[in-house]
Design a protein around this ligand. Structure first.
Ligand code: FAD
Ligand code: AMP
Length: 478
């Protein structure tokens, strides 16, 4: 006999566990299925984000940032320290401890909310029947009024650089190096490549990023991308654009990479090579052909604006569906689905999903880029303000970068906000809130910003939209 639930969630990443908790809060009988197990065969919650993604990468970014601060930036403040050393094992142990604390926290939250945990691989069949195959191969059948697919994503492998988890690694392997590689190659100068390249570059690796595309961060506002590229160059991240990797050869404990750039074929030799060329949805073996669920040609589950699949009562959220592969996007889809299941008309505003690159300084964005507005034929106004003119940025010695705000020329409504600079993620979050409330640039202009704060750059950028920033010479006058 099968067990009947209100909601069965497959996958306990930030999309799945948040959905399960919210559904339980709303009084649903919920089960969550997770196949990831630790070496003691206990289920591991939190998915990519907590275990091998957002959290461990930020732990290493923060540790390596402190190292650079001590090594290069304390002296100017009059603080003299001996040349700092790096204990990679201690840094990794700290990262592991943080991951453990958070994943156990998720286990506790699931328990507290009465979510039943089922260990094994879930597979959806017709009429919302789910078969779970446990680690020992035994199976059980579940039945649910609603099934939520949240199986996440995995790194893409490319034939010219097969991951061997020794010299050639993916993002997971790059979080586990036991020593700092002298020369580090990174294939793909996207978000993950830049973050992981930064970690090891700060610790002393000579880092070369090989990027097939001719433009840097093409999805970002290009003015901000160009400014970021300049800053990363100063940090000695060697970013080579138009460089398509065509082959690798492992010899004498090193990896030789061949790449095409223009008409030339070039080679580089590295101690380690990170392959960070993107991620793909994990939809193999997730649903049977009679389940009614369909995917696009890249394997993303087809859903409508509310994350409903084509099969009644079956939903899909997070990295397995369209949109940016971001933890917070998946979590909010999880909340939306849980609430829609009980009839609450929650609707996620996909125009207000922020995206962040956690380099130093951070790069963050929400809404439209200038190039998007141009291609859509939208008439817009733009205001930028540099951190170099912000007192607090000067006081802390973080003057690289700028804030940029884009507003509709006729209505003044804010359409996009972009930033490279100190605390960019938190500054852009202010604009997420503003945009959710449909703010105009004038609304921001009329608000009082604390002094001295980095937020003043947001205020000044909004003033610059209409040509009356106070602390710089404006090009436009009003
Ligand atoms: P996942 O987190 O991938 O979780 C899916 C879960 O489902 C896994 O636990 C998996 O074991 C389980 N599962 C899969 N199939 C089955 C099945 N059949 N049965 C049972 N269980 C199954 N995003 C950000 O927003 N900010 C960041 O700073 C950030 N940094 C990142 C850094 C790195 C190095 C990487 C790799 C990713 C990063 N991301 C970041 C992306 C973020 O991790 C993902 O967007 C997020 O984890 C997706 O959540 P999800 O729940 O959809 O899937
Ligand atoms: P992201 O999806 O943000 O992690 O970025 C991955 C990047 O890897 C993209 O910008 C791709 O253009 C790049 N990429 C993919 N294949 C190759 C390749 N063979 N050589 C160099 N860069 C690549």
């Amino acid at each position: 006999m099968s067990n009947i639930y209100d909601v069965v969630v497959i996958g306990s990443g930030p999309a799945g566990y948040v959905c399960a908790i919210r559904a339980a809060q709303l009084g649903q009988k919920v089960a969550i299925i997770e196949l990831w197990a630790d070496d003691k065969q206990k289920p591991v919650f939190g998915g990519t984000c907590l275990n091998v993604g957002c959290i461990p990468s930020k732990a290493l970014l923060d540790s390596s940032h402190k190292f650079v601060e001590a090594k290069d930036h304390f002296a100017v403040h009059g603080i003299n320290v001996e040349v700092p050393g790096i204990d990679v094992a201690a840094m990794m142990a700290r990262k592991t401890q943080i991951v453990g604390q958070l994943t156990q926290g998720v286990a506790g939250l699931l328990k507290h909310n009465g979510v039943e945990v089922i260990q094994g691989r879930g597979m959806l069949h017709a009429n919302r029947k789910v078969e779970v195959t446990a680690l020992d191969g035994s199976t059980q059948q579940l039945e649910a009024h609603n099934v939520v697919l949240a199986a996440g994503s995995e790194p893409i492998n490319i034939p010219p650089a097969p991951v061997d988890n020794d010299l050639i690694v993916d993002s997971t392997g790059a979080l586990e190096f036991s020593e700092v590689p002298a020369r580090l190659g990174v294939i793909g100068a996207g978000v993950i490549g830049l973050e992981l390249g930064s970690v090891w570059g700060r610790l002393g690796s000579e880092v070369v990023l090989l990027e097939a595309l001719d433009s840097f961060l093409p999805a970002m506002d290009q003015q901000i991308a160009k400014e970021s590229q300049k800053i990363f160059k100063k940090q000695k991240l060697d970013i080579r654009l138009g460089a398509r990797v065509t082959g690798t050869e492992v010899k004498d404990g090193k990896v030789e990479v061949t790449y095409a750039q223009g008409d030339e074929t070039l080679t580089e030799v590295f101690d380690k090579l990170i392959v960070s060329v993107g991620r793909r949805p994990r939809t193999n073996d997730l649903f049977a052909s009679d389940s009614g669920v369909t995917t696009d040609e890249r394997g993303f589950v087809y859903v409508n604006d509310y994350c409903a699949t084509e099969a009644p009562g079956v939903w899909a959220i997070g990295d397995i569906v369209r949109g940016p592969m971001l933890a917070h996007k998946g979590s909010e889809e999880g909340v939306m689905v849980a609430e829609r299941i009980v009839g609450k008309p929650n609707q996620l505003n996909y125009d207000c999903v922020p995206s962040i690159i956690y380099t130093d300084p951070e790069v963050a964005a929400v809404g439209k880029t200038e190039q998007e507005l141009k291609s859509e034929g939208v008439e817009y106004k733009s205001g930028t303000f540099p951190f170099a003119a912000i007192g607090r940025a000067l006081a802390s010695g973080n003057t690289d970068g700028m804030v940029k705000i884009l507003a509709d020329k006729k209505t003044d409504r804010i359409l996009g906000a972009h930033c490279v600079g100190p605390s960019a993620a938190d500054l852009v979050q202010q604009m997420v809130i503003a945009m959710e409330f449909g703010s105009s640039a004038e609304d921001i202009q009329l608000m009082v910003f604390g002094h001295p704060t980095l937020s003043e750059a947001v205020h000044e950028a909004a003033l610059a939209v209409d040509g009356h920033a106070i602390h710089m010479a404006n090009r436009k006058k009003r």
